[in-house]
Design a binder for this molecule. Structure first.
Ligand code: 5GP
Length: 112
């Protein structure tokens, strides 16, 4: 069981910023920017490849949630980044699909 499944099940706490029937979002425990929120589906797709193949409509919902959270966090105007990491070389460390929302400062480019 992943750490995100434990958060979904209420077994470990998280600083929740969004909950609906398909998705939840909470603040990253090691924030890389003033705003760093993770958006995850309730269904335990392991990554973008699995989620997009099995449930493409859900991907649209998750990205809509990202944009809503950016509004909620006050970074929609200043700008922000949405990232999903997939697999070892992508830097994925938790095998439950998630989108990072990063903002609140000028972000650098590109990932090293
Ligand atoms: P990944 O490296 O898979 O793209 O992103 C996983 C993210 O989950 C990391 O940014 C990491 O800081 C975050 N994370 C790992 N464990 C926990 C946790 O227990 N609670 C929260 N809120 N975030 C976590």
């Amino acid at each position: 069981m992943t750490i995100f499944q434990k958060i979904l099940d209420g077994k470990i706490p998280a600083d929740m910023v969004w909950e609906d029937e398909k998705a939840v979002a909470f603040r990253d425990i090691e924030p890389k920017a003033p705003v760093h929120v993770l958006v995850i589906p309730r269904k335990p797709y392991r990554n973008i490849g699995e989620g997009a193949t099995e449930d493409p409509e859900l991907m649209g919902h998750l990205l809509w949630v990202c944009s809503q959270i950016a509004e909620q966090e006050g970074i929609a105007e200043s700008g922000y980044r949405v990232i999903t990491n997939k697999g070892d070389e992508g830097g994925q460390s938790v095998d439950h699909l998630h989108f990072h929302i990063l903002g609140g400062r000028q972000l650098g480019w590109t990932p090293s």
